[in-house]
Each structure stands twice: as structure tokens, then as C-alpha cells.
Ligand binder design. Structure first.
Ligand SMILES: Nc1ncnc2c1ncn2[C@@H]1O[C@H](COP(=O)(O)OP(=O)(O)OP(=O)(O)O)[C@@H](O)[C@H]1O
Ligand SMILES: [Mg+2]
Length: 548
């Protein structure tokens, strides 16, 4: 392993890297950084959570002089949340060097972005749709761009951004450096690369299995109708610090988040129909631990890096193996361990086997958690919370009088059991009905089913995307203070975890989100309204359902 000093980086960048707590370069960084510093075009592939952002971010910022007042680097990402996150990481890396970077994405007030652009940032990180909007308004000019990065390039193509990306790339001077990064590399990427990259160097760190190694993967075979009960038991049994539950559609996510809240969990939903304000608020709550369960569509599958995510649960199986790899990659990041669970209905077993084949990884079958296991898990957490309060020496004097009185009259075991029962907040009786989803049908994959080799056959799914709207309605602002990877790191051990694991009792009461955002279904993410003409893509549409 190399240290960052060995790359010959300037002191201010090294200082920022040290500040981020990076001691050694990850394998993709070790390979990509020296090459990228030579100015070569790159295609970088490495497992989820292995530091691809810094692998392109460090060379990108190293090339820029502080006094420049032009846009010299452009990073494109498929989702708004990812644009925000990458902008934060680049912001941290340029902290001492003092470069200006700005995130540009749909859903945020365009006037605010224009004001930001007037400060002459050298680095723009954005989603293609809104970038193009600025380009057309002439508020962004790309004439001086020297470096372009496409993060999650394959996903951007799948989302129908091919044309937008091509338009944008054509506006950037030919003498530039172009880099593509992702954990998966299907063939349409090769086409894009052929068209826009010059003699690209492939940098890939891909061991035998494509998914990140530190993720323990399991599945539970469960009929559609029992999935919610299974989820509730699983969460109780596992008591995750932070979990992401993936649902297939926006409606599913709404219903799941609402159902979990009703049952007393501290959960909230994220999908493309929420206003940007709501999306930001949910992400902020998840990042700072004030909710423990993020229920999301695939809008959260790519690139998101939230420290402390211990569990990913595929409530619905994803449509394709690539999505599976990215979804479960939200845990087990940066050398940490994680657990991924998938619910598989009996009719979806083929689909599960396809995922196993393509990812070259056996997923362990586990039984549905029993009620006893669920209760045991909940009791453990309640006991932990109780003990944490005792050990922290919380202010208990006001309660001691009544405690002594009660103990004189009642048996201590009886009393403590009753208190624990109250604290555990058993809402098991609350009925939750979900609208059933059809089982995922296994997609026919001709040729070699190997995402690592990049040979991914054309999907057989034409169109049928339901999302519409191009991220209009520039609602919302995001305040800049939110923190990615911020102050709660290292503070999620079991005792403090129990303080954030609200919902089993009172006191975490801001779970108000489930209302409000329904009925706003046309304001989807930056996703394009319908499948692009197939002439621009090897696959007309990847997913049967673009309802994320
Ligand atoms: N050299 C390093 N040492 C320690 N931590 C690192 C290092 N490089 C990156 N990280 C941290 O690892 C985490 C994952 O990094 P990053 O988000 O860049 O992964 P990624 O490879 O882009 O994953 P994905 O495929 O999911 O997008 C981040 O929290 C990042 O700060
Ligand atoms: Mg990434």
C-alpha cells in the first residue's frame, strides 16, 4: 500500500487528505492517481466503497491553480444526492488549497445556483439535466474545462442521459482529460468511451467477486404478503445501527416508510417524487443518525456514502445484478463490515440465482426470523438503553423516590419487566397493509453474464417507464451545513447507538414525513421522462420500471 505522500502531491492537498483521516491509498487510488496525474484518459472500476471519489478527486484538484476564475473541471453524477456528496468530498480535499467548487443539480433553486456560479468556481459537480439547463442559459460555459469525470457513468446512460452527456462532452475542448468511474462497467460504457476518450487506460481492481468482500450476504424466501412482517422481525432481530431498505417503486417506499413509522421505527423515505427540500432533510436525518432506517428506491443505490450503515435490506429484489451490487455496497465501505439481506418471493428464486451467477457469490439462505428472535433482539436493545442510562449516571434522582416506593410494594422482577415492556414499545399489533408488487422477472441475459468483463447483453425490457417530468419545479434550497461523514463517526457503538435508535419509545418524534409528499408524483428526479431512442443506446431501457 502506498502513502499519499508517494504520489508527489502538493502539501496543501496532502494536508487535506490527512485531515480526512486517509493514511494509505486504497488499491484503486494507488493505481488511478499516478496515471491520472499524467493527464491520461481513464476508465476506473473498483468495488463499492473503495474510494473512487478521491481516486479522481485528488488528481482533478491537483491540476487546478488557485487563482483561476474559470470552470476547469466538471464531474457528472446520476443523482442529486450524489452530486451533493461528491461536492462535499471535493470541498474537503480542496480545503487548504482554497479552490471553489459548486454542486449543480435539479430541484434546487436555479437563482441560487446562478449566484454560486458568479463566485467563479473552478470545479462543478452536477447532474446532466440541470447542467444542460445552465449551459443553455449560458450561465455555465465549458470552454475552459480541462478535466471531465463521469461518476457512475453506466447508471447515467441507463437513466437516459446518453444524449445529454454527449451534448455536454461535445462542448468541452478536445484537449482535456476524461475519466469514467463505476463499480460496474456494461458495454454501453465502452461505446461512450470509444467516442469520447482518447486512448483510455483501464484501471480496474476487480477481484473474483464483484461485490465488496466485507458484506455478509443472506436472503430469506418469503411470500409477498409476509414481507412486511419479515422486515419488522428482521430489524428487531438485527437491531441495525443504520439500515437502508430498498423498495422497488416510489409507492412502495412511501408505504414502507409509513408502515415502519406506525410500528414505531425511526424511519423515513427517499425517492424521486419528493421535493428537493424533503430529500435533503431525509438524507440529513439519516447522516446524523436521527433516523435509523432509510427506505429508498434505487435513487439511493449508487455512490452514496453514509458512514455507519450496518445493514442493507432489499425488501424487493432489484431488477438487475448491477443494481444489487450497488445497493448492497451502501454498507461494508472503507474497510468496515456490513450485512445485506434480500427478500425473495418464491417466484423470484430464478432471479436470485441470476444475481448469484453474475456476482459470482453465493447468497446464504436464512430462515424467516421467528417472533422469539425478534422479541429477543428488541429486549436486548431495550436493556442496552437502560444500562447505558444507568452507566452514564443520568440524572435519576427525581425518579428514585417513586422507585423505592414501588419496590416496597411490588416484586422487583415484575416491576422491571413491566418497565422494559413499556420501553420496548411493542407495536406489533399495528396492522400494515402494502400494495403488492409483481414479482421481478428474470431478464434474459445472452452471452456472458459477467459484469466484470463488461459484457452485458441487451436487456429485453422495452420502455414502460412511468416516471415523468424532468426534475422541474425548482423548489427548495439546501443549506450547506449538512455534514457528510461528519461528527457522528466513531460514535455509533452499541451504547450510543441505542440513544439514536429511537422509535422504540417516545422522544424521537419527528417522523412526520409520510404525509405531504404524496400526490406529487410527476416531479421525479433528474431522470428523463421516457426511454431515449434506441439509436443512442445499446439498450432501449434497462429497467422495466423507472419508478424511482
Ligand atoms: N485512502 C482512504 N483511506 C480511508 N478511507 C478512505 C480512503 N479513500 C476513501 N475513503 C473513504 O471511503 C469511503 C468510500 O469512498 P467512496 O465513496 O469514494 O467509494 P466509491 O468507491 O466511490 O464507492 P461507490 O462504488 O459506492 O460509489 C468514503 O467514506 C471515503 O471518505
Ligand atoms: Mg462512488
Amino acid at each position: 500500500m502506498k502513502t499519499f505522500a508517494e504520489f508527489g502531491l502538493e502539501p496543501k492537498v496532502l494536508q487535506a487528505i490527512t485531515e480526512l483521516g486517509f493514511e494509505e491509498a486504497t488499491p484503486i487510488q494507488e493505481q488511478a492517481i499516478p496515471l491520472a496525474l499524467t493527464g491520461a484518459d481513464l476508465i476506473g472500476q473498483a468495488q463499492t466503497g473503495t474510494g473512487k471519489t478521491a481516486a479522481f478527486g485528488i488528481p482533478l484538484i491537483s491540476k487546478i491553480a488557485r487563482e483561476e476564475e474559470k470552470i476547469l473541471a466538471l464531474v457528472m453524477t446520476p443523482t442529486r444526492e450524489l452530486a451533493i456528496q461528491v461536492a462535499e468530498e471535493i470541498g474537503k480535499l480542496t480545503r487548504f488549497k482554497g479552490l471553489r467548487s459548486l454542486a449543480i443539480y435539479g430541484g434546487q433553486d436555479i437563482g441560487r445556483q446562478i449566484r454560486g456560479l458568479k463566485k467563479k468556481p473552478q470545479i462543478i459537480i452536477g447532474t446532466p439535466g440541470r447542467l444542460l439547463d445552465h449551459i443553455n442559459r449560458k450561465t455555465i460555459r465549458l470552454d475552459d474545462v480541462q478535466t471531465i469525470v463521469l461518476d457512475e457513468a453506466d447508471e447515467m446512460l441507463d437513466m437516459g442521459f446518453m444524449e445529454d452527456i454527449q451534448t455536454i462532452l461535445k462542448l468541452v475542448p478536445e484537449e482535456r482529460q476524461t475519466m469514467l468511474f463505476s463499480a460496474t462497467m456494461p458495454p454501453n460504457i465502452q461505446r461512450l468511451a470509444q467516442q469520447f476518450l482518447k486512448n483510455p487506460q483501464h484501471v480496474s481492481v476487480i477481484p473474483k467477486q464483484i461485490s465488496a468482500p466485507l458484506i455478509d450476504q443472506a436472503y430469506i424466501e418469503v411470500p409477498e404478503r409476509q414481507k412486511f412482517e419479515a422486515l419488522s422481525r428482521l430489524i428487531d432481530m438485527e437491531s441495525p445501527d443504520l439500515a437502508i431498505v430498498f423498495g422497488r417503486t416510489k409507492r412502495r417506499v412511501d408505504e414502507l416508510a409509513e408502515g415502519l413509522q406506525k410500528r414505531g421505527y425511526s424511519a423515513d423515505g427517499l425517492h424521486g417524487d419528493l421535493s428537493q427540500n424533503q430529500r435533503d432533510a431525509v438524507m440529513r436525518k439519516f447522516r446524523d443518525g436521527s433516523i435509523d432506517v432509510l427506505v429508498a428506491t434505487d435513487v439511493a443505490a449508487r455512490g452514496l456514502d453514509v458512514s455507519g450503515v450496518t445493514h442493507v435490506i432489499n425488501f424487493d429484489l432489484p431488477q438487475d445484478p448491477e443494481s444489487y451490487v450497488h445497493r448492497i455496497g451502501r454498507t461494508g465501505r472503507a474497510g468496515k463490515e456490513g450485512t445485506a439481506w434480500s427478500f425473495v418471493t418464491p417466484r423470484e428464486m430464478d432471479h436470485l440465482h441470476l444475481i448469484e451467477r453474475v456476482t459470482r457469490h453465493r447468497i446464504t439462505r436464512k430462515p424467516l426470523p421467528t417472533m422469539a428472535e425478534a422479541i429477543e433482539g428488541k429486549q436486548r436493545i431495550t436493556a442496552e438503553r437502560l444500562l447505558a442510562m444507568v452507566e452514564e449516571g443520568g440524572e435519576l434522582n427525581e425518579y428514585k423516590g417513586i422507585a423505592i416506593q414501588l419496590l416496597e410494594q411490588y416484586d422487583s422482577v415484575q416491576l422491571l419487566s413491566a418497565a422494559m415492556k413499556l420501553l420496548t414499545g411493542d407495536n406489533k399489533d399495528t396492522q400494515v397493509e402494502l400494495t403488492p408488487e409483481d414479482p421481478i422477472r428474470a431478464k434474459r441475459r445472452g452471452g456472458k453474464n459477467d459484469i466484470r468483463s463488461g459484457r452485458k447483453p441487451n436487456g429485453g425490457y422495452g420502455g414502460n417507464r412511468t416516471g415523468s417530468g424532468t426534475g422541474g419545479g425548482y423548489k427548495g434550497n439546501r443549506d450547506s451545513g449538512s455534514s457528510y461523514g461528519g461528527g457522528y463517526k466513531g460514535n455509533r457503538d452499541s451504547s450510543s447507538g441505542s440513544t439514536t435508535r429511537g422509535g422504540y419509545s417516545s422522544g424521537y418524534g419527528s417522523n412526520s414525513s409520510s404525509g405531504g409528499y404524496k400526490g406529487n408524483r410527476d416531479n421525479s428526479a433528474d431522470r428523463k421522462p421516457s426511454a431515449r431512442p434506441s439509436s443512442t443506446s445499446t439498450r432501449p431501457a434497462k429497467r422495466e420500471d423507472y419508478d424511482i
